[in-house]
Design a protein around this ligand. Structure first.
Ligand code: NAD
Length: 304
């Protein structure tokens, strides 16, 4: 990475090593997608309270191996993933060309982590968040000045191995050359289709997708239609066998879904549809009971 005095733009380089922060639903699957493409990846999470400090990551990797079909499609892929935790391994970040943050959708938790991580980033490291819709400019405020030109949103969709789209969301300080380097990597190495989105609440796809889920849920409640019937109507009967309203919420994670809805509620007060942007009471009850969807095996649906 060099600063060209005239353009102050990052020079062209190839991403050779990546760190993913957060081994949850998205982080673990993004890491799997990277190693399937033979990109060495360090997967971080909080240190486990008991036993092996990398326990959270190891459990996530185990979960990936058990999924059918496993997102680790290449049998050698797992050898490219290095498990890590924020207590012991932050020094490893300096060798990563790209760091993707994929921890829970909470501005305050992400800000805390950025303070912890920023001093360890290499001089040229691209630092990108997988947030579903939090403000990238606001998140950039938690990065030091030296990191802000290398910060942006990189929004993968769930499940990342099947979803072609990735949104890149620049913040006002994002360096143009850095964005080009990131886009080239996503397209050439990971085979993604990239859309550059503005830093508006939930960006493009979630603004439409979550709106449509909330409108469907509101109508289901209004007309008393059972969730599985709604899913049949909005899934297979529309020719989308894997995608339907309530099942999608389970796959996303009900807590994450509720956070995304809250972002819309908080940031779009003048929207004519603002009344829709609330988590229904039954959703809040499920979350309070720890029924978070596929990741806890019970949510709106139960998974065996
Ligand atoms: P998740 O709840 O499955 O996993 C979150 C991970 O963050 C966990 O492994 C947890 O241990 C870790 N974590 C929690 N608090 C932390 C903290 N204070 N510091 C560091 N790590 C912490 O969440 P997810 O669904 O993987 O979502 C991760 C990010 O990706 C969020 O920003 C979310 O909005 C976004 N996203 C989610 C989806 C989806 O479908 N789930 C899709 C696209 C983007």
């Amino acid at each position: 990475f060099q600063h060209n005095e005239e353009t102050m733009s990052q020079t062209k380089f190839n991403v050779r090593k990546v760190a993913v922060l957060g081994a949850g639903v998205m982080g673990a699957q993004i890491a799997a997608h990277l190693v399937n493409a033979k990109v060495p990846t360090i997967l971080f999470d909080l240190p486990a309270k008991e036993g092996n400090k990398n326990g959270i990551v190891l459990k996530a990797l185990d979960g990936l191996k058990k999924l059918k079909p496993s997102p680790l499609s290449n049998k050698d892929a797992v050898a490219y993933i290095e498990p890590a935790n924020y207590e012991d391994h932050l020094h490893l970040l300096k060798d990563c060309d790209l760091v993707i943050e994929a921890i829970a959708e909470r501005m305050d938790w992400k800000a805390d982590l950025y303070h912890k991580v920023a001093p360890h980033l290499g001089e040229h490291t691209i630092f990108a968040t997988n947030t579903s819709g939090l403000s990238i400019n606001k998140l950039a405020e938690s990065c030091p000045d030296s990191v802000r030109p290398r910060f942006c949103g990189v929004h993968f969709f769930n499940p990342p191995r099947y979803m072609h789209l990735v949104e890149i969301i620049p913040c006002v300080t994002s360096d143009a050359g850095m964005l080009d380097n990131l886009e080239r990597f996503l397209v050439s190495t990971l085979g993604k289709g990239v859309v550059r989105a503005k830093d508006t609440p939930n960006f493009v796809a979630n603004r439409i997708g979550v709106f449509s889920m909330l409108a469907t849920i509101a109508n289901a409640e209004k007309f008393g239609i059972r969730f599985d019937i709604v899913d049949d109507l909005t899934g297979p009967r529309l020719g989308r066998p894997k995608s339907a309203t309530f099942r999608t919420a389970d796959v996303v994670g009900l807590d994450t879904f509720a956070h995304v809805v809250k972002t819309m509620d908080d940031t779009l007060p003048g929207d004519p549809w603002h009344g829709l942007f609330k988590s229904p009471e039954w959703l809040q009850k499920l979350i309070a009971a720890g029924a978070l969807g596929a990741k806890t095996k019970v949510g709106i649906y139960k998974k065996d």
